[in-house]
Write a protein that binds this ligand. Structure first.
Ligand code: RB5
Length: 148
């Protein structure tokens, strides 16, 4: 099951990916937005991030105009490792090295065919456990530190 959400800047690409998932028979849950009216990307990045951390999803996809704002937003959720990917190589490495649980795409910067290739690359890749120590350091920091 894939969790997917976008703001208005990512809406067209989100819908195109959903059409692709339907063709392929991939299970997904669409967290909105549901049209091109202006909305705020944190609402969608945080919602998808929380859903992924709570469990039941293979990974999440968040999309805004550039992927920047919504990736920053998703990364505010404890337990999220959201990677802003911009080609097949970075999508592959986001899984292999970072074990990202959410990927961010730019709806205004990424053509649909390229986005599909990137999602497939990420989906089919496996994490290389030699990088686990680095992920553990991030989790340790998250659990032990607060700026409040
Ligand atoms: C919305 O206009 C735009 O700022 C947003 O989609 C995104 O690109 C922000 O990072």
């Amino acid at each position: 099951m894939i969790a997917i959400g976008s703001d208005h800047g990512g809406y067209t690409l989100k819908q195109a990916l959903i059409e692709y998932f339907n063709e392929k028979g991939y299970a997904y849950k669409d967290f909105g937005t549901n049209g091109e009216a202006s909305v705020d990307y944190p609402d969608y990045g945080i919602t998808v991030g929380e859903a992924v951390v709570k469990g039941g999803f293979e990974f999440g996809i968040v999309i805004c105009g550039t992927g920047i704002g919504i990736s920053i937003s998703a990364n505010k959720v404890k337990g999220v490792r959201c990677a802003l990917v911009y080609d097949v190589h970075t999508a592959t490495l986001a899984r292999q090295h970072n074990n990202a649980n959410v990927i961010a795409l730019g709806g205004r910067t990424t053509p649909v065919d390229k986005a599909i290739e990137m999602v497939e690359a990420f989906k089919n890749e496996v994490f290389e456990s030699r990088h686990q120590n680095r992920l553990d350091k991030m989790s340790k920091y998250e659990s032990e530190h607060s700026c409040e």
